[in-house]
Design a protein around this ligand. Structure first.
Ligand SMILES: *[C@@H]1O[C@H](CO)[C@@H](O)[C@H](O)[C@H]1NC(C)=O
Ligand SMILES: *[C@@H]1O[C@H](CO)[C@@H](O)[C@H](O)[C@H]1NC(C)=O
Ligand SMILES: *[C@@H]1O[C@H](CO)[C@@H](O)[C@H](O)[C@H]1NC(C)=O
Ligand SMILES: [Zn+2]
Length: 460
């Protein structure tokens, strides 16, 4: 028989009363032995000195609204409580529940093109003799910049399986953090960007809709940075169990599932004393094969200091000595580069935004739904360039005049009288690799100047 019990766990002092007053009570269906356990747990917590936390987790229940359930089963709001993947996603709020900016990628077509198999097939090896595809999971992290320098020094290309919001690092599409620029650098240096899910949950232990969310959120975040999202993914913990529908779901989402044939075990050996073990694993396998016929697909993690500052250079040296080239997974599978990503043409990327504006913060993401303010700018949005007092974008005097928010778009009251706030030469300065980018930015500048003239005319 099942009973419904109310799990009401006490907070210290007056917070207790406000919990009753403002939050819904949390009920969980439990059997009788579980009831006893839960009551005991509740009692022991109440008796614990200085306890300010609720307990949470299986058999206990969820945390109050907006608090996170830590891996040890305590509710709280600290970074340690909320960091994914440790935070329990079914028992409270977690970093995993945060979302990337902009519209979801759900509606984007995902045709299976090219020769490389899509999920549920798992790819474990490369197919071009004499190549090694080094892959790095879980980043970007504070070590990733050093890794990119190292790869550049050796002229090697690698593949990065990016996780959107793991280990308390914040979300990759938060442009106030260093992650987005590292991802842009990967892209411009010729490395491959692939998905390692939004918050690194074990895909075999979550529901189909949670799996989809794990992939789609990372897609939107990467789209916000490079304008497109990957067709290659690696399941966290290499776990996409056939007992679930995980593999088929990855296929439906248009993904190639990539595993490896050399596991460096680097995450177990992240100290100067132990990393030699990972070097030995790599050498042992690579030396055993003939570079004229062999290729390798290697897993490592740029989340680890020794991987970046010790193991990787060792691997690159070994490769060089034996005559292996370091290339990306897509290249080593002979997949044409345009098939590595799917474009989201609906949103301008961070890069395509005007780099210098009269006042608006150039790092703010562009409004996608017409709302604006502290987090979104109207500059470059399709709803108009001014952010009005009602937090909406528009081109009218209501938006651009009194109450206009100058940190979230253009404001007419500050327009220079010649309407020339955007100096086209500003856009042509700096490094631009694509031949067409200059004419495009000049075109944008011209359009904006025209718009300014219009605004000024409106105000005369
Ligand atoms: C690199 O690894 C070796 C073992 O292979 C170790 O002796 C050395 O101290 C490590 N170097 C650094 C800088 O950690
Ligand atoms: C803006 O973003 C921050 C951090 O992502 C968030 O805490 C805040 O609620 C957002 N503000 C608005 C108005 O959406
Ligand atoms: C606002 O003005 C700009 C510049 O003239 C123009 O490109 C854009 O389409 C306008 N947007 C709306 C919603 O009228
Ligand atoms: Zn991982």
């Amino acid at each position: 028989m099942r009973a419904h019990i109310l799990v009401l766990l006490p907070l210290a002092g007056c917070a207790f009363a406000s919990f009753y007053g403002n939050s819904p009570a949390y009920t969980v269906p439990l059997d009788e032995s579980q009831v006893q356990e839960a009551v005991e747990a509740a009692v022991s917590i109440r008796d614990a000195p200085n306890n300010v936390d609720y307990r949470c987790g299986p058999k206990i229940g969820k945390c109050p609204i907006d608090t996170c359930c830590s891996s040890a089963g305590f509710c709280g709001t600290s970074k340690a409580h909320c960091r994914s993947p440790d935070c329990k996603i079914d028992y409270g709020h977690c970093d995993a529940h945060k979302s990337p900016y902009g519209p979801p990628t759900t509606d984007i077509m995902r045709p299976h093109i090219g020769q490389v198999p899509y999920g549920p097939k798992e790819i474990r090896s490369c197919s071009i003799p004499g190549t090694v595809a080094l892959t790095f999971d879980d980043g970007p992290t504070r070590y990733t910049g050093d890794l990119l320098d190292l790869l550049d020094r050796y002229g090697a290309k690698a593949t990065f399986f990016i996780t959107g919001i793991n280990n308390g690092k914040g979300q990759i599409d938060d442009f106030s953090l260093p992650w987005a620029s590292l991802i842009e650098r990967m892209q411009s240096s010729g490395h491959q960007i692939a998905s390692h899910t939004w918050s690194h949950e074990d895909l075999s232990k979550i529901t189909p809709s949670q799996r989809r969310e794990q992939l789609e959120k990372n897609e939107a975040a990467l789209r916000n940075i490079i304008g497109s999202f990957p067709t290659y993914m690696r399941p966290p913990y290499s776990s996409c169990s056939p007992d679930t529908d995980c593999g088929n779901e990855m296929g439906k989402l248009g993904y190639h599932i990539v595993l490896y044939d050399i596991d460096t075990d680097d995450y177990k050996n992240d100290s100067p004393d132990l990393i030699q073990r990972s070097k030995d694993i790599f050498d042992h396998q690579v030396y055993a094969g003939d570079p004229h016929i062999k290729s390798w697909l290697v897993i490592a993690h740029d989340a680890h200091e020794q991987t970046v500052h010790n193991l990787t250079e060792h691997m690159l040296k070994t490769m060089k000595r034996l005559g292996y080239r370091g290339i990306t997974v897509g290249d080593c599978l002979r997949d044409p580069r345009p098939l590595w990503y799917r474009k989201d043409t609906r949103m301008p990327t961070h890069k395509q935004k005007p780099k210098k504006t009269a006042s608006a913060d150039p790092n703010k993401p562009i409004s996608f739904d017409g709302s604006c303010g502290s987090n979104y700018t109207c500059m470059g949005s399709s709803f108009g360039y001014c952010c009005g007092s009602t937090h909406s974008c528009g081109n009218t005097t209501t938006h651009c005049g009194t109450g206009c928010q100058k940190d979230a778009g253009y404001c007419a009251v500050e327009a220079p009288s010649n309407g020339d706030a955007w100096d086209p030469t500003v856009h042509t300065k700096g490094k631009k690799s694509e031949a067409d980018s200059n004419s495009r930015t000049i075109g944008t500048a011209a359009a904006i100047s025209l718009f300014l003239a219009l605004i000024v005319a409106m105000w005369m």
